[in-house]
Design a protein around this ligand. Structure first.
Ligand code: FES
Length: 104
């Protein structure tokens, strides 16, 4: 599911996934080319839910860590920008990441 999160003054599109019962959220920006991962709107998973996949050139990411493990060589080993989450009283809150983005 996608959502907008203000990060350093800009509304950034982010997404949250439930992987094996744990929530993980990332900025919706591939580490190959800085563009959204979901060419088909809101479709982030591939391989029957085992990996996240950017549909533009098929970069595969580990859902729990955001590490690119296959696809274009320049993306491999890089990580999606993680959005920290806090869960309180059954609600999930997304916090702006403190790290700067290499491709800003
Ligand atoms: S833009 Fe994501 S794999 Fe190329």
């Amino acid at each position: 599911m996608k959502f907008l999160l203000p990060i350093r003054g800009t509304d950034e599109e982010c997404f949250i996934v439930n992987f094996h019962g744990d929530f993980h959220a990332y900025v919706n920006r591939c580490r190959h080319v800085p563009m959204p991962m979901d060419w088909v709107d809101n479709q982030f998973f591939a391989e029957q839910g085992r990996y996240l996949m950017c549909q533009t050139h098929n970069a595969y990411y580990e859902p729990a860590t955001g590490e690119c493990i296959a696809g274009p060589p320049s993306a491999c080993g890089k990580f999606l920008y993680r959005v920290p989450l806090e869960i309180e009283g059954g609600l999930v809150y997304a916090l702006a990441p403190e790290q700067t983005f290499e491709d800003d």
